[in-house]
Ligand binder design. Structure first.
Ligand code: 5GP
Length: 111
């Protein structure tokens, strides 16, 4: 099933890409919640975190490492990495994505 992020991956919809490799692509969120708000997605269309297979674990691990590199590239010393898993948790696009958020003080708990 293709989502809006699938269409960003294949270039049908424009996005401001900040990083990519064979595992995934990172681009700026269209509705940023902080000065830096980037979405990192795998090229593999995993719908949500709880649908990842055990064999996806190395891929997700590499993407988490990439997320820290992207945060550093953005000049962030502190950042929040968020994965919303399911509509009740705030997920609106069903292509797994890691939010990389920073550039301001972030409160806890989130809403
Ligand atoms: P979720 O709520 O699923 O965790 O996050 C989806 C995110 O995707 C939201 O922060 C939303 O602003 C962002 N988003 C939705 N559509 C687009 C789009 O077409 N382009 C970009 N760059 N971001 C999008």
């Amino acid at each position: 099933m293709s989502t809006i992020f699938g269409r960003i991956l294949n270039g049908e919809i424009p996005a401001t890409r900040v990083w990519e490799d064979e595992d995934g692509v990172a681009f700026r969120d269209v509705n940023p919640q902080a000065p830096t708000h980037i979405l990192l997605i795998p090229r593999k269309p995993i719908a949500r975190l709880s649908e990842m297979a055990a064999e996806d674990a190395p891929l997700i691990g590499r993407l988490m490492h990439a997320a820290t590199q992207i945060a550093a590239q953005e000049g962030l010393t502190d950042a929040r990495y968020v994965i919303n898993d399911g509509a009740g948790a705030g997920q609106t696009v069903f292509h797994l994505h890691i939010h990389i958020i920073g550039g301001r003080d972030l409160g806890w708990p989130p809403g």
